[in-house]
Design a protein around this ligand. Structure first.
Ligand SMILES: Cc1cc2nc3c(=O)[nH]c(=O)nc-3n(C[C@H](O)[C@H](O)[C@H](O)COP(=O)(O)OP(=O)(O)OC[C@H]3O[C@@H](n4cnc5c(N)ncnc54)[C@H](O)[C@@H]3O)c2cc1C
Ligand code: SF4
Length: 509
């Protein structure tokens, strides 16, 4: 049953789950199937296909955290996150890749997570892929923007391939980032939340949890507010699962003072992402077609760290983001939209373990809802290390060459201001440009790691079952628990990791 306003305000349940994205949905389905009483609390609004009218003015405030303008404190990295029924999967771009084996082995070697070795994860990946209808995008469905990757990589002698995604009867309208009107995207709403709901899970949308108070090992109080009626809810649970995402989960744990581990909020990974656009003489029409249906990858040092190149969702609201900032040039460039192929370069951060990111409440004068305030504010800080930056810039250089190889007549890497390049030899200039904060445009849709999993309290916030090391009864099961950046788009990794944690521990129930 889904409630947009609460039917009662004092609730007893076996399991309270905060968040309805990958982690929350998987946990709800897994536990409800066993007959437990499950309650999911989701801050975002309930949405179904009738809401997905492709109107960004209406849907961005409804579905994106902070109107899609969430960013690091210095504004140098924009962070895209869903705040909606189904979490970020409702607005995501469907790339569905398994965690590479070397990453799972790294987790076992560095964090004692033996149960997460590749052979133990194989069946889980299969199971998740089956539920989400993951399949390789057929050749005929590759859009011209994605074809640029396949053509360009072939000419550069680089490996590239079609990507798998989680869709059924997708018509390639290109609107994934504003929710799929055709119910073709197999997001959490249509898969694990649906399974959970059929097994009796209660789901409260427009309801924000703001405090977790542990009472005994078998009892926690979760306080929440319904954002439509402003009623306060008291939820008494035997187990509480925090699945609010790698940005929101640590903030809730910190606010609830569940911070005996000094690591809560630390080790934020972002897969820092840069963008390059190429202008062609032929029409590319990047706003149409299945996003991210091809990939080219490179692991320059042979260490498992490096970059990969994709062609993202380019709806109109995203097309202008990070482009030439203002003025006539911007207008002229955007008029050319249908001739443009945008590529993104994603970096697996953590190569030298020196990139550092943190999410925490800070004090000091700040702007809240348009007013200056001295109240604590949520702060996201991130510093990219020289090695990760080098990988990112190598990726930018490759993407420029790839665009020219595929026939672009002009290429603009998103620096500030973007240099306009007309030949492949210009590409190497990127290493000489100022790429400090706000000098190269970066964004992320992949925050992970802020409550990382490890067999010891010293190196992790949760154990191999997702339980907080320092508190019984309270679990974190979302992107926060990934011990290192997965190096692939993280949806399948998060789903599989959460399922494995539940298989191992079953929330100790
Ligand atoms: C635009 C975009 C495109 C993406 N494309 C891809 C892709 O192609 N492939 C891929 O693998 N990954 C992609 N991702 C990333 C992927 O969707 C996320 O990594 C994944 O959904 C994260 O799962 P999660 O459970 O950690 O959090 P989320 O899915 O973000 O869900 C967290 C939910 O918790 C809710 N919440 C937070 N705090 C509270 C609270 N206090 N009370 C109640 N509710 C709360 C939030 O509102 C949110 O709905 C994309 C992400 C975005 C934003
Ligand atoms: S491209 Fe496919 S999955 Fe995405 S919104 Fe359109 S029909 Fe839905």
């Amino acid at each position: 049953m889904i409630y947009t306003t609460p039917d009662k305000t004092n609730i007893q349940t076996d399991i309270a789950i905060i968040g309805s994205g990958c982690g929350g949905a998987m946990t709800a389905a897994f536990m409800a199937e066993q007959g437990f009483d499950v309650l999911v609390i989701e801050e975002g609004e309930y949405v179904d296909r009738a809401h997905f009218n492709q109107n960004p003015r209406e849907l961005i405030p409804k579905m994106y955290r902070q109107n899609a303008a969430l960013a690091t404190d210095d504004q140098s990295i924009r962070i895209l996150q869903g705040k909606v029924y189904g979490g970020s999967t409702t607005i995501n771009w469907m790339t569905s890749l398994r965690t590479p084996s070397h990453v799972l082995d790294e987790w076992a070697d560095l964090f004692g997570l033996e149960e997460y070795r590749p052979h133990s994860m194989e069946l889980i990946f299969e199971d998740v892929e089956k539920r989400l209808n993951v399949h390789k995008v057929p050749e005929w469905a590759i859009s011209p923007a994605n074809q640029v990757i396949l053509d360009g990589a072939l000419k550069l002698g680089m490996h590239a391939d079609r990507l798998p995604n989680n869709s059924k009867n997708c018509i390639g309208c290109g609107g994934c980032g504003l929710g799929c009107h055709y119910d073709a995207k197999m997001d959490m709403r249509l898969t694990y939340l649906e399974d959970a709901r059929k097994n009796g899970t209660h789901i409260y949308t427009s309801t924000r949890a703001y405090l977790i108070r542990p009472e005994t090992d078998e009892r926690q109080l979760v306080k929440a507010i319904n954002l439509k009626t402003e009623e306060t809810l008291s939820i008494h649970a035997k187990r509480t699962v925090v699945a609010g995402s790698a940005i929101m989960t640590p903030l809730l744990l910190q606010k609830s003072k569940l911070i005996k581990s000094k690591l809560v909020g630390k080790h934020l990974h972002l897969h820092p992402t840069a963008a390059v656009v190429g202008r062609f003489e032929r029409e590319i029409n990047p706003t149409y077609g299945i996003p991210q249906s091809a990939v080219a990858e490179h692991n320059p040092d042979g260490t498992g760290y490096g970059y990969w190149i994709e062609a993202p969702d380019t709806e109109y609201f995203l097309a202008g983001v990070n482009h030439t900032p203002t003025g006539n040039q911007r207008r002229e460039d955007l008029k050319q939209l249908r001739y443009i192929a945008p590529l993104i370069i994603l970096t697996r951060d953590g190569a030298d373990k020196k990139s550092s990111g943190e999410v925490r409440w800070r004090r000091g004068l700040n702007l809240q809802n348009g007013r200056f305030s001295l109240k604590p504010f949520p702060s996201i800080r991130y510093k990219i290390s020289p090695t990760d930056k080098r990988h990112l810039l190598m990726g930018v250089e490759t993407a420029i060459r790839m665009l020219f190889a595929a026939g672009a007549v002009e290429v603009l890497p998103y620096f500030n201001p973007p240099p306009r390049m007309t030949k492949p030899e210009d590409a190497s200039i990127v290493h000489k440009l100022n790429s400090g904060p706000n000098q190269i445009s970066m964004f992320s849709a992949h925050p992970t790691g802020t409550a990382r999993m490890s067999s010891t309290q010293k190196t992790g916030v949760v154990d191999k079952t997702g339980k907080l090391h320092h508190y019984n009864g309270i679990y974190v099961l979302d992107g926060s628990i990934l011990p290192t950046a997965p190096g692939v788009n993280p949806m399948i990794t998060i789903l599989a990791t959460v399922k494995r944690a539940l298989q191992i521990g079953n929330l100790n129930l």
